[in-house]
Design a protein around this ligand. Structure first.
Ligand code: NAI
Ligand code: MG
Length: 491
């Protein structure tokens, strides 16, 4: 495969590839080398105005709303086919831009295709209700779109996160403006490419790359945006919610986590530790649903610590393009942050039984796969999201204590249980405060299963049929059939 990518990438507004309004560019780095890889047009608030106007025009034209829903589905299936055709190209861009392996990059493309197929299949199945009002009336509900959906995307899985939101928007006849992450924007530009090739009408999907503080903020506070989908940090989520409150517009917020797997004494320890290793080391831990804590029964604690350390030490660390098990984190800043959490954990009394530092002899942003044992509930490493390959292990004696530890953070995105006791699994799943609970396999689920947070992990659900409910609001149509004065007193 040709391992170079084009040097300059553009934004996509109203069906056209465009430079930034001010002609500026953002340098795109390869996190495995720290070297510049390419440049992308820098969108500024003026570009946000243009993109929102294009999305508004497409929405007002009713091009999606008036299309027969089965035809909208066919259009989305064609977008999915284009993602499959582009998959190798996307894989390389995502590998070099984001530090994934080529197969990890390809998975982004295939996941995007899958979202368009899945939600395309739903486009002609969004039904309202008939509500009986007695003689002389007909009443029905319509799942109506909001209008222009603003979608602000993080750097970890940019393409699949953006694709699922765009797919929901199109299925429900909204139009979209996507603000891609400035640290890894390249794969998201293929949403525009796939939509253009598939014949999605101009203005339905607009893709911008810019920084958060100006361009992201301009999009979130834009007067003509009707709906926001955000995935990222709690602090940024709070700022966006503030902007949304000014205009009373709905948001979907996916704000990360500090998710714990509870390992009971009877668990299959090979299954529990293998699953936990995937849960924390996939994409170097830069996963909102990462398994970043293990809460382990004291009877098996030492064995779990030993097995997890062995798994961490057995991973190869290096560039994704070489197929290493653990790639880099996204930036120098993120590496400083992740290493700081690991060093701080030891200072606060934890023990680094594997890793604990950055990889010193590599030019990219590589962190050693790290296991911290002896973690107490009040330590920073037990409470704050690291977003790197760092696992914290806590011990418990009684199941109630395990629940208290697992639930003992401000977050509530995911949680896990490892046991062969069905009753204990249900008892635990009932008490874990999380949007999704995994039993005996971290990440059990898929495109079909609803995903989202509780507490400071956010609200609203993505994935699954439930996600579509975030993109529509019910319109009730009440019809009086006979003529005549007056009517019933209403509420
Ligand atoms: P961030 O939340 O600042 O960035 C996410 C997106 O929001 C990016 O597209 C960014 O440009 C945009 N953004 C930033 N400020 C904005 C603003 N004021 N208005 C509108 N949009 C804005 O996250 P960042 O700084 O990249 O990462 C910091 C930490 O956040 C990570 O270490 C991790 O703990 C967490 N995070 C969680 C993610 C998740 O999947 N839940 C994804 C990315 C980061
Ligand atoms: Mg990059």
């Amino acid at each position: 495969m040709n391992q170079s990518i084009k040097p300059y990438w553009k934004n996509f507004i109203g069906g056209e590839w465009v430079d930034g309004a001010e002609g500026d560019r953002i340098a795109i780095l390869n996190p495995a080398t720290g070297q510049q890889l390419a440049e992308i047009a820098r969108a500024t608030p003026a570009d946000v105005d243009r993109a929102v106007a294009a999305a508004r025009k497409a929405f007002e034209s009713r091009v999606l709303a008036d299309m027969r829903p089965s035809q909208r589905a066919q259009l989305m299936f064609e977008v999915a086919r284009q993602f499959e055709t582009l998959a190798d190209e996307i894989a390389l861009a995502e590998c070099l831009d984001n530090g994934k392996t080529l197969s990890g990059g390809k998975n982004e493309a295939l996941a995007a295709a899958r979202y368009f197929t899945y939600y395309g299949g739903a486009a002609d199945k969004l039904e309202g209700r008939y509500i009986p009002l007695g003689s002389g009336y007909v009443d029905y509900t319509v799942p109506a779109p909001f209008g222009v959906s603003a979608q602000i995307v993080p750097w970890n899985f940019p393409l699949q996160i953006a694709a699922r939101s765009v797919a929901c928007a199109i299925a429900t006849a909204n139009t979209a403006v996507v603000k891609t992450p400035e640290l890894s924007p390249l794969s998201c530009t293929y949403i525009a490419e796939a939509c253009k090739r598939a014949g999605v009408p101009d203005g339905v999907v607009n893709i911008l790359c810019g920084f958060g503080h100006d361009t992201g903020a301009a999009l979130a506070s834009h007067q003509d945006v009707d709906h926001i989908v955000f995935t990222g940090s709690v602090a940024t989520g709070r700022a966006i919610l503030g902007a949304a409150a000014e205009r009373i517009i709905p948001c979907v917020m996916e704000l990360g986590g500090k998710s714990a797997g509870v390992v009971y004494g009877d668990a299959d320890l090979e299954q529990a530790t293998a699953s936990s290793a995937i849960g924390i080391f996939s994409h170097a831990g830069q996963v909102c649903s990462a398994s970043s804590r293990l809460v382990v029964h004291r009877s098996v604690h030492d064995e779990v610590v030993e097995r997890m350390a062995a798994k961490a030490n057995g991973l190869t660390v290096g560039p994704g393009i070489d197929g290493a098990d653990l790639g880099p984190v996204i930036s120098e800043l993120q590496l400083d942050k992740v290493e700081g959490f690991a060093l701080g954990a030891v200072q606060e009394g934890g023990e680094a039984v594997a890793g604990g530092r950055r990889v010193a002899d590599q030019s990219g942003y590589f962190m050693q796969p790290t296991i911290i044992s002896g973690v107490q509930a009040d330590m920073t490493i037990a409470r704050e999201e690291v977003f790197g390959p760092v696992l914290a292990i806590q011990a418990f004696d009684e199941p109630e204590e395990a629940i208290a530890l697992a639930n003992g953070t401000d977050f509530g995105l995911c949680a896990g249980v490892y046991t062969n006791d069905l009753r204990l699994a249900h008892w635990t799943a009932d008490r874990l405060v999380a949007g999704q609970v995994f039993v005996n396999e971290w990440f059990a689920g898929g495109v079909e299963t609803p995903f989202g947070g509780t507490k400071r992990s956010g609200y609203g659900r993505e994935k699954g049929q439930e996600a579509l409910m975030n993109y529509v609001q019910t319109k009730n149509v009440g019809i009086r059939l006979d003529s005549g004065a007056g009517g019933r007193p209403g509420g």
